[in-house]
Design a binder for this molecule. Structure first.
Ligand code: MN
Ligand code: MN
Length: 406
């Protein structure tokens, strides 16, 4: 190793991003003729996809090794489109490293219903547009019905039956995250599917009514379908609480009305875990980075991280030990995934706010930042490793910045 770096290892990237991307195929080592040939070769490929991945096309020189992709755009998923809305998913089948969590994007038109259903894993949700009426019943028959809006969150524990209905003028859209990489949105337990596959005589006996009561049960699943809007919320609450009352811990969390846990010049973060949302067994952070803002170098000691990019543009480098590091670009609608304890940062590379979700299949949010680690380790020892001088080390804030600049 030379004593001092001879040049900024990121200078090539700085060069590339400062020029228009169309001209980015020219690197300092190339002759103009080589660059022209290179441009032609690129033009023959999927130019739109390639220009959207500048950090794969022209990786920072600090990248090395062969990490497989840790990103999957929802845009590559097949949409199931129904009259009441649409849905698509990213699971371990699409993104093989996403072993512990899967995600779904769903839109419901005004009045559109995601059929009453349940599944083995827990469902965490973030509303990205509009508003919705959500319902559930717990194992003691206690009821839940609530209205949520853009920026709000819900959690349905595994096995708890629930529904979602679009309310806003333009319905709603949301992202669902499941603590099960193998989750399949098209293989959930549906009310209509179950009824259809139960003998009428058994249904009649179960409810002590005549078989004709069930004449109009649909002969195929509804899944997503459009109907009239629900009754007023207070009226429906009163109806469903009869006899058993409400669930003790609400399944809704009004994150849209929550103050950020941390706010800096670079952006802000809301942390939602069991400490402020007792019903949840899935922890999350909603991060907003202003242009140029950085979600500082950190890792999560307790679980894998599933990400969803809500808006804006950014990049993330994941360091995978043994000299492996890879940078990938992210934009609205992309899923990212970081395995437990792998360090990473996220940088806003666009001109507008970058908003993304960090979701963890554990009740408690935990992270360790590089700065926090170094600030609380003897400065002589750290200096013996990285030769920055102890003044730099002693000046690192003793409290975690989370988002830079502070
Ligand atoms: Mn569900
Ligand atoms: Mn993280």
């Amino acid at each position: 190793m030379p004593d001092k770096p001879t040049r900024d290892p990121l200078s090539r990237r700085a060069f590339l991003t400062s020029a228009a991307l169309a001209a980015a195929a020219v690197t300092p080592a190339m002759t103009a003729q080589q660059a022209a040939v290179n441009e032609k070769a690129l033009a023959a490929r999927n130019a739109a996809a390639e220009s959207a991945q500048p950090d794969s096309m022209f990786p920072p020189e600090t990248d090395a090794g062969g990490q497989p992709p840790f990103k999957y755009p929802f845009a590559l998923s097949r949409r199931r489109i129904e009259t009441g809305g649409w849905t698509r998913q990213v699971t371990v089948r699409e993104l093989p490293i996403a072993k512990k969590m899967a995600g779904v994007e769903m839109r419901l038109v005004r009045g559109g219903v995601r059929e009453l259903h349940w599944h083995v894993g827990a469902e965490w949700a973030f509303m990205t547009a509009g508003s919705a009426r959500i319902t559930a019943v717990d194992h003691q028959g206690r009821a839940f019905v609530e209205d949520v809006s853009k920026g709000d969150v819900w959690l349905f524990p595994g096995g708890i039956p629930h529904s979602i209905q679009g309310l806003g003028d333009d319905g709603c859209q949301f992202v669902l995250v499941f603590n099960d990489g193998n989750f399949n949105e098209f293989q959930t337990f549906l009310l209509t599917d179950w009824m259809h596959h139960t003998p009428r005589s058994v249904l009649a006996k179960n409810f002590n009514v005549t078989e004709s009561t069930f004449d109009k049960v649909p002969d195929r699943e509804l899944f997503i379908f459009a109907r009239d809007l629900p009754r007023p919320l207070d009226e429906e609450k009163k109806e469903v609480y009869a006899g058993t009352g409400a669930v003790p811990d609400s399944f809704a969390f009004f994150a849209s009305r929550m103050e950020p846990a941390k706010s800096t010049a670079g952006g802000s973060v809301k942390v939602i875990d069991r400490k402020n949302f007792p019903a949840t067994n899935i922890a999350a952070a909603i991060v907003t980075l202003k242009p140029g803002g950085l979600r500082e170098l950190h890792w999560h000691p307790n679980e894998d991280e599933w990400q969803y990019y809500v808006s804006g543009h950014g990049r993330m480098t994941v360091f995978a030990a043994a000299g492996h590091a890879r940078t990938m670009d992210f934009e609205a609608g992309d899923v990212g995934y970081i395995e437990q304890s792998m360090p990473h940062y996220i940088e806003n590379t666009g001109n507008e706010d970058l908003v993304f979700l960090e979701v963890f299949p554990t009740p408690e949010y935990q992270d360790i930042s590089l700065a926090e680690w170094l600030a609380h380790t003897p400065s002589r020892l750290v200096d013996q490793h990285i030769a920055t001088g102890e003044d730099f080390l002693r000046a690192i804030s003793k409290t975690e910045s989370v988002i830079d600049p502070v």
